[in-house]
Design a protein around this ligand. Structure first.
Ligand code: XLS
Ligand code: NI
Ligand code: NI
Length: 438
């Protein structure tokens, strides 16, 4: 079989002092951390769109990378992408991948033709998955690129566009199920608005929820037993995306009774665009019983858009894995690198360097998060901070038995409250540093 990346060897773990750039320094897949091999904690996935399709095009310039893999016809290009994807999965030692329908097969001139193309490539992917022992983490439909979706898909003012999106999603769910995917993602695409002057927000949100309902019901009817996910994002491409952040989506799912089928897919770069930390979004998901999957990347706060860079910030990966461990780990979800090498990092080797950087950063994050938990000082501090709720009036508040009159009586008996306890933020931050750096 043709090798597309002769310059990338099989990447192996060589330890933290390795000078070889094409080696893992921290990701040692079989090393057991907190009772589980690293590969099962981290469940890394390759994103098909960034890795096999995105060619470096940005608002100011055309592509810098060739992602046609010497294909001469559209079908040949996409077939070659499939072979290239599995070569990378093997070489990078990644077990999972994720795709949009239009990443894996070319869009035809009719829906039927597009579906036919998808069927052909899905056959090929199924064969390659068996041969290479790889799994699909999740699938999704690209309902934002084609001009018909200029005003949204499920939230389009045009009912024909809604129907088209429903049909596209139905097919994408079928392909996901055929390939054994355990997740199906709804990322809003253009589901939002540019101006309220032309927008019926209530109708748009009701329609979106209905689309999600019938899609989930259809998925269940054909045997999908995984999780549907919503991926929050506050803006871009629209000024206001309806799936603004984890808390907004939690409210939406509950309002429409979708919270049994849907969980959240939290993306780091979307968290910071929403003005939150990555950890905040993960914690909101966890405490609402909606922790599902993660799009692992990072933004550049100075650029301020969804740059989808490979994650290299160890504080962020540490606090992310801290939340993942607290949530009891992934079930159907995993860490999908919704990330691309920068436009200037245009050579094939850069694909390997960037995945290595991301995987090593999360491996380190996992190790440090495990140490933070066994160190115990952070948890102990938080426990102690709320200890007034363990007994007396506090215990009555927690058990929801304290009446407002009783609380008043208690308050009157206090005189003035003259003592509080320090939050010790800087002390806690220095503990994190000492656990990271030893
Ligand atoms: C775009 C999103 C997208 C989803 C999948 O900002 O991150 O790539 O992850 O549609
Ligand atoms: Ni994403
Ligand atoms: Ni994104």
């Amino acid at each position: 079989m043709k090798e597309f990346f002769p310059m990338i060897p099989k990447i192996r773990y060589e330890g933290s002092s390795a000078k070889n750039g094409l080696a893992f320094r921290y990701y040692n897949p079989d090393e057991v951390i907190a009772g589980k091999p690293m590969r099962d904690h981290l469940k890394f996935a390759l994103s098909y769109w960034h890795t096999l399709c995105a060619d470096g095009t940005d608002m100011f310039g055309r592509g810098t990378m060739d992602k046609n893999f010497s294909g001469k016809t559209p079908m040949e290009i996409y077939e070659n992408r499939a072979y290239a994807a599995f070569e990378l999965l093997d070489k990078l030692n990644i077990d999972y991948f994720c795709f949009h329908d239009r990443d894996i097969a070319p869009e035809g001139s009719t829906l039927a033709e597009s579906n036919g193309n998808l069927d052909k490539i899905a056959e090929l992917l199924e064969k390659l998955m068996k041969e290479h022992g790889k799994k699909l983490l999740w699938g999704t439909a690209n309902c934002f690129n084609q001009p018909r979706y200029m005003h949204g898909a499920g939230t389009s003012p045009n009912a024909d566009v809604f129907a088209f999106a429903a049909a596209q999603i139905k097919k994408a769910i079928e392909i996901t199920v055929k390939l054994g995917g355990k997740g199906y993602v709804f990322w809003g695409g253009r589901e939002g608005y540019e101006t309220l002057l032309n927008t019926d927000m209530m109708l748009e949100q009701d329609n979106m929820a209905y689309l999600m309902r019938i899609a989930a019901d259809y998925g269940r009817s054909i045997g999908f037993d995984g999780d549907f996910y919503v991926e929050p994002k506050p803006k871009e491409p629209t000024k206001h995306q309806y799936d603004f952040d984890a808390a907004t989506v939690a409210g939406f799912l509950r309002k429409y009774g979708l919270d049994n089928d849907f969980k959240l897919n939290i993306e780091a770069n979307h968290a910071t665009l929403a003005g939150h930390t990555f950890q905040h979004e993960l914690e909101i998901a966890r405490i609402n019983g909606l922790f599902g999957s993660i799009d692992a990347n990072q933004g550049d706060l100075l650029l301020g858009w969804d740059t989808d860079q490979f994650p290299t910030n160890i504080y962020d990966t540490t606090l992310c894995m801290f939340e993942v461990l607290r949530a009891g780990g992934f079930t159907n979800g995993g860490l999908n690198f919704d990330a691309k090498a920068r436009r200037g990092s245009y050579t094939p080797e850069d694909i390997a360097y960037s995945y290595i950087a991301g995987m090593d950063s999360f491996a380190l994050g996992l190790k440090i998060a495990d140490r933070l938990i066994s160190d115990g000082r952070l948890d102990e501090f938080v426990r102690e901070r709320y200890s007034s709720y363990k007994s007396g009036i506090g215990a009555k508040i927690v058990s929801k038995t304290a009446t407002i009159e009783e609380l008043e009586k208690h308050a009157l008996s206090l005189g003035e409250i003259t003592t509080n306890t320090s939050g010790r933020q800087e002390y806690l931050e220095s503990i994190v540093n000492s656990v990271i750096f030893g």
